[in-house]
Design a protein around this ligand. Structure first.
Ligand code: M6R
Length: 615
């Protein structure tokens, strides 16, 4: 997820762009850049300065300002996906002539194939990004005589994936061409000025009218004018947007808080994490993973180490990897792993899972694993995080910046990334056939839609939450992958609603904790269908008969499960090993709603930090 801004017309473009980038920093900030058309040339400045990239860009452009008299300008704040967060990979990117500049938010799925074709045709690439290929594609069409708009339209015909782009060219100094597919882009107008941005906050106060650009549409911006067509060339009347939000509300995209915004971004986080994982031959090929198939073939044991919600993703992965790859797989809490003399060899794959890639416990655990000779792989949401840099290999979740302290979209993306790792190991170890792997990947491709369906049931979840406001004690129970889901549901409730909540394997309850069940205890059970479903229902019947109020997460239409519950959180059914990606959604919503009903700030829960860099 990146932030983009473009402006053309009668205004001082540079300060407007820098101010807009500052407002868009919640979309990412690992690098930032700006390009202006000045005196028939492209003037460009880019920096990569971690959390302070936009401020560093402002300082740089103050110290070394562009010549006066610029026309169109575009700016970008980046959250890296393809290519490290360096100045070379920061946007805007240029074509070979240096006369075309492009900014992009999204992922170009077929960038590797396009890059190979362009390089073979003589183009020189200067970055490792997926974006740069689009600049060179447009360059090719302009060299053949097309205008910037027509060349962009033609170039996008070759592109697969998700994009919002904006392109400026020194030959058409007052024009910006923008287009989008699957990622947001808004347009703005005022007298003599036209603007575009990935989100509304960037344009507040700068435009009198705002419009949305639809999927597969292309806009040509000139001072005070915007013309929109479909990518196929048919005219479109852009839809006006009525905005009553202030800046803060707009940064949350109209949601009341970042947590609900990020929950709603989950389908895209899952889709992006799945993107581009199959090579042309249909086999899994993890681009960024630096470990070779030979190294992975030698692995005889897997350790997965993490904290908090990342640990719960790891527990899901244990079930998947042992089932698919038949490799012994241990999971451990990072702060315990590090101090308990784990037995590792050079044939052990030690996987550290961390949204931030900076959590001290996990990072030190990975150092210990390296010291003991294991191969270290990191699953991180932050490109080039310190854990990603130190590891032998890395898989990035592509969830975009997560602002809310409670992890939501990154947890789902981690499960997907770890299961992709599991399938890759199964491919290399030959424990699943190519057909079986393809079948599971096809099921995974349905996950974004199923997560979307689960999200749409929030009113029903809110209704259940409204009936539980007096409860103080919660048990979350599950079996098999329902167990880590129970852990995650309980953690969300603790950290957001400050309620006592214990996540437990349902079969273990009878060995002690059932003594705590009494009238008024709330038991949230994960009862989606799997081979332990009947046993799960028996465990639930035991707590029901002891007076617990039972809330079940169950597959749509499962009346047998509903019969032993007081309340049901329905989810669309999906294969058991993938089910946590869908089934965790109502648990997040339940915790969210109870926290709100108790009057708590869900984005900044008490005593917690987003990234924990202390022991
Ligand atoms: O950045 P990490 O994934 O390493 O963070 C791990 C935990 O601190 C994190 O998951 C924490 O438990 C969240 N607040 C959970 O919502």
């Amino acid at each position: 997820m990146c932030g983009i801004i473009g402006v053309t017309g009668d205004t001082d473009a540079l300060p407007l762009i820098l101010g807009a980038l500052h407002r868009l920093e919640y979309r990412g900030y690992d690098s930032a850049g700006v390009a202006l058309v000045v005196d028939g040339e492209i003037w460009r400045e880019r920096v990569a300065d971690g959390k302070h990239s936009v401020a560093a860009l402002a300082a740089r452009t103050t110290a070394e300002p562009p010549p006066p008299g610029h026309a169109a300008g575009i700016g970008h704040t980046r959250w890296a996906t393809h290519g490290h967060p360096t100045a070379e990979n920061a946007h805007p990117h240029l074509d070979c002539t240096g006369r075309l500049a492009i900014i992009h938010n999204g992922i170009i799925e077929n960038h590797a194939a396009l890059r190979a074709e362009l390089v073979a045709a003589g183009h020189v690439m200067t970055s490792a990004t997926d974006t740069e290929v689009v600049a060179h594609l447009i360059e090719g069409h302009m060299a053949a005589g097309l205008s910037l708009a027509e060349a962009t339209r033609a170039a996008l015909g070759a592109v697969r994936g998700a994009f919002s782009i904006a392109v400026a060219h020194a030959d058409e100094p007052e024009t910006i061409v923008a287009a989008r597919r699957s990622t947001p882009l808004v347009l703005g107008l005022r007298d003599g000025v036209a603007l575009l941005a990935s989100d509304i906050p960037a344009l507040l106060g700068h435009a009198d009218q705002l419009f949305s650009l639809g999927d597969d549409e292309l806009a040509v911006l000139t001072p005070g004018h915007i013309t929109v067509t479909t990518l196929a060339g048919l005219p479109v009347v852009p839809e006006p947007l009525q905005i009553t939000w202030d800046l803060e509300a707009a940064q949350k995209d109209g949601y009341e808080d970042f947590m609900s915004k990020e929950m709603h971004e989950q389908p895209r986080a899952v889709a992006n994490t799945l993107l581009d994982r199959r090579g042309a031959d249909g086999r899994l090929a993890l681009d960024e993973m630096r470990l070779t198939p030979d190294e992975l073939r030698r692995i005889d044991k897997v350790f997965i180490v993490a904290c908090g919600s990342s640990y719960h993703s790891a527990v899901v992965a244990k079930y998947a990897i042992e089932h698919w790859v038949k490799l012994p797989t241990e999971v451990d809490i990072a702060s315990e792993f590090r101090y308990r003399d784990p037995v590792l060899t050079e044939r052990t794959l030690c996987v550290g899972v961390s949204q931030s890639g900076e959590t001290l416990d996990t990072s030190m655990a990975m150092k210990e694993a390296s010291r003991l000779g294991a191969k270290v792989l990191v699953v991180s949401n932050v490109v080039d995080s310190s854990m990603a840099r130190a590891a032998d290999g890395v898989i990035y979740t592509r969830a975009g910046l997560e602002v809310g302290v409670a992890s939501t979209k990154c947890h789902l993306a981690q499960i997907v990334a770890l299961e992709i790792l599991g399938l890759t190991l199964a491919q290399i170890h030959g424990t699943l056939t190519p057909g079986e792997i393809a079948g599971i990947l096809d099921e995974m491709d349905r996950l974004p839609e199923l997560v979307e369906q689960a999200l749409q049931r929030s009113v029903e979840v809110d209704d259940v939450a409204g009936k539980l406001t007096k409860a103080r004690d919660f048990f979350f129970l599950g079996r098999h992958v329902g167990y880590p889901m129970a852990l995650e549901g309980a953690l969300k409730l603790k950290e957001l609603a400050y309620l006592r909540a214990e996540g437990y394997p349902a079969g273990e309850l009878k060995h002690g904790p059932i003594a705590l069940i009494e009238k008024g205890t709330v038991v949230v059970g994960i009862a989606t269908r799997n081979r332990l479903w009947e046993k799960m229902l028996s465990n639930i019947a035991e707590v029901h008969s002891r007076g617990a109020t039972v809330v079940l997460v169950a597959d749509d239409g499962d009346e047998e499960a509903a019969a032993v519950a007081d309340h049901v959180l329905w989810v669309p059914p999906c294969p058991p090993l993938l089910s946590p990606v869908v089934g965790v959604v109502p648990l997040q919503q339940l915790a969210y709603r109870l926290a709100r009903l108790h009057g708590h700030d869900v984005d900044r829960p008490r005593n917690l930090a987003k990234t924990v860099t202390v022991e």
